[in-house]
Design a protein around this ligand. Structure first.
Ligand SMILES: [Zn+2]
Length: 376
């Protein structure tokens, strides 16, 4: 028995088993005995379904010789070769920090539906999808059922009220972003869709009660975005386009900001930092349809700076978690909720300005929104 446990722990030390097979979390402590993979606690909860298999804890359970032998013959590397053989490049592979619905559907797509074991046509690239989603009203809190139609030929996502012939909204794939925001939206399957409308950023908040359906929508939109990016930037390698298909905010949350003269009262605003697009947008409330304003973040070479603390010459200010963003045109002064939060914002903002601007930063949608960033 002691020898069996040692063999098990030795398997866990192999580099290929040092991360969760599904989300990459380091030091997995659970095992799917059905598939022979090492997984983290959270993913083990998803694996523990009758259609996927049995799970066991490395530490808490008893281990038989033949189960350890089975693990020896399988393991994370072999499982990846089989179940991830044909993952399309646009498909979102969730990481440990991602929301539950993405991990759950990734695991089900891999092992239950075996979507990636052969190169049959992907369900995400058929060029058309329609169905109902719950959408938050623009100016109110309620979610209402709306019919969404994606057309690959027209490169748009449209939504309709009931059976109206004319769409209520038309979202161009060119400027679309989608990111799961379960906590902010207040639904485990909450998806935030952002796009540029009349040169202004617009946010939509939707969900579907079925996890598979909302994740399918997400990957259909990602497939369309990937096609668009490849066409728009034919010289850019695929691996550089993939992070731009959709972007999660590298940081989001409340800060307070003052006006251009820096003598105005500080007001609490919700900020979203889209690092890939080099944009820091702020909203009166987290679920607002339109931002109040935003800051384009160029590079250090272009004269952008992110600084901690008070600017010179400001006296008698009691706030200590201050961030200064200097752009060639003006200076923004923001206060964070505490110094931990301040450090995270400083790190996230500094990362953006430390990265040189590229040709894609001058892409239509970034340029448009940069020119029209206003302050209301
Ligand atoms: Zn995991």
């Amino acid at each position: 028995m002691a020898n069996t446990r040692k063999q098990l722990l030795d398997l866990l030390k192999l580099p290929e088993n040092s991360e969760c097979a599904d989300c990459g979390e380091p030091d997995p402590e659970w095992v799917s005995c059905t598939l022979g993979v090492f997984i983290c606690l959270q993913c083990s909860g998803i694996h523990r379904s009758p259609s996927i298999g049995k799970v066991k804890s490395v530490q808490l359970d008893n281990w038989e010789d033949d189960t350890v032998q089975f693990l020896k013959e399988h393991g994370n590397k072999k499982a990846k070769e089989k179940y991830e053989a044909f993952v399309p490049p646009f498909y979102y592979r969730p990481r440990a920090r991602d929301c539950m619905v993405l991990k759950e559907q990734w695991i089900k797509a891999k092992y239950e539906r075996e979507e990636f074991t052969s190169d049959e046509e992907s369900p995400y690239t058929t060029g058309h999808k329609e169905g109902n989603l719950w959408k938050k009203g623009r100016d109110r809190k309620q979610f209402l059922e709306r019919r969404f139609v994606f057309s690959g030929r027209e490169k748009v996502l449209k939504y309709y009220i009931n059976n109206h012939a004319d769409p209520k909204g038309t979202i161009p794939i060119q400027s679309l972003n989608a990111t799961f925001q379960a906590e902010k939206i207040g639904h485990a399957h909450g998806l935030e869709i952002t796009y540029i409308k009349d040169e202004q950023t617009r946010n939509l908040f939707v969900y579907h009660d079925e996890g598979q359906e909302i994740v399918t929508w997400f990957n259909v939109l990602r497939a369309a975005r990937f096609t668009y990016l490849k066409g728009a930037f034919p010289a850019v390698p695929e691996e550089e386009l993939i992070p731009r298909i959709t972007r999660n905010y590298s940081k989001a949350g409340y800060m307070e900001k003052t006006g251009p003269r820096q003598r105005e009262a500080f007001r609490k605003r919700w900020f979203n930092l889209d690092s890939e697009e080099r944009k820091l947008l702020y909203y009166k409330k987290p679920l607002d349809a339109f931002p109040q304003g935003g800051i384009f973040l160029g590079s250090k070479e272009q004269g952008y700076r992110v600084l901690e603390g008070l600017p010179e010459g400001t006296k008698g200010n009691k706030r200590d978690a201050v961030i200064i963003i200097k752009t060639p045109d003006r200076e923004f002064k923001l206060t964070c909720e505490n110094t931990t939060d301040q450090k995270e914002w400083l790190k996230a903002l500094t990362q953006v300005i430390s990265r040189p601007t590229t040709a894609q930063d001058m892409d239509g949608n970034s340029t448009t929104s940069r020119l029209t960033l206003c302050e209301c």
